[in-house]
Ligand binder design. Structure first.
Ligand SMILES: [Zn+2]
Length: 225
């Protein structure tokens, strides 16, 4: 993170300056990463509420996949290749969504209520796909990345399929990933299916605006729903 060798590229998304810190990558991939950051911020600004910090850094790191921090995200360097553009896009979108959910603005208890930021960040990927490429693409993405993986995985994880429980009660990574990220995001998908996109967007926007710079809980989220 402190390397003096980073190459820095910038782009503006409304009034947020986005900086990409990368090492020896393809110029096209760098430009693409910045565009994804820009599109994510603009889409989430419009739907969830405004990102308040004026600056956002996307940093290529040795850390696998991605990790969110306030105003800054790690993106695994393995994704910065032409062949992995689709995965790179989703990791950037997911970590950027965490700026709204947990990492930057609305806080939550990640140990006891992990779904509250991970399911929201995962479903934000679906929202991005749908807003960026059209509803058909959003639906396609939902079906293969959430529904299908849950259908395939649900029989090999533990019997206890509750999404809302402390981390210590999950049997392992597969269990945690499939329940918290996937099934949790499908819960938001169900709301959209039952009540419509506007209703879901409204719930997320109100939750964000009501709890920004505070800690939100599942109870708060349900009350808002
Ligand atoms: Zn996440």
């Amino acid at each position: 993170m402190a390397s003096p060798n980073f190459k820095i590229r910038e782009i503006e998304a409304e009034d947020t300056l986005i900086k990409l810190y990368s090492l020896e990558t393809d110029v096209e991939v760098e430009k693409f990463s910045l565009e994804v950051g820009k599109d994510s911020i603009e889409i989430f600004n419009r739907i969830f509420g405004k990102y308040p910090y004026g600056q956002y850094s996307i940093v290529m790191t040795e850390f696998p996949t991605g990790m969110e921090y306030p105003g800054l995200v790690f993106i695994g360097k393995e994704f910065f290749q032409k062949y992995y553009k689709n995965q790179l896009e989703i990791v950037i979108v997911h970590e950027t969504a965490h700026q709204w959910w947990y990492g930057g603005v609305v806080g939550n208890d990640q140990i006891d209520e992990a779904w509250l930021d991970e399911a929201l960040a995962s479903y934000s990927e679906v929202i991005y796909m749908s807003e960026r490429y059209g509803e058909e693409k959003g639906k396609e993405y939902y079906d293969y990345s959430l529904k299908t993986s849950y259908e395939y995985g649900k029989d090999i994880i533990s019997q206890d399929k509750r999404v809302l429980k402390p981390l210590s009660e999950f049997s392992g990574w597969d269990d945690y990933g499939l329940l918290v990220y996937t099934k949790g995001a499908m819960f938001l998908g169900e709301i959209e299916r039952e009540f419509g996109k506007e209703a879901l967007y409204d719930i997320l926007n109100k939750y964000y605006n009501q709890y920004k710079f505070y800690i939100g809980t599942t109870e708060d989220f349900f009350k808002n729903m």
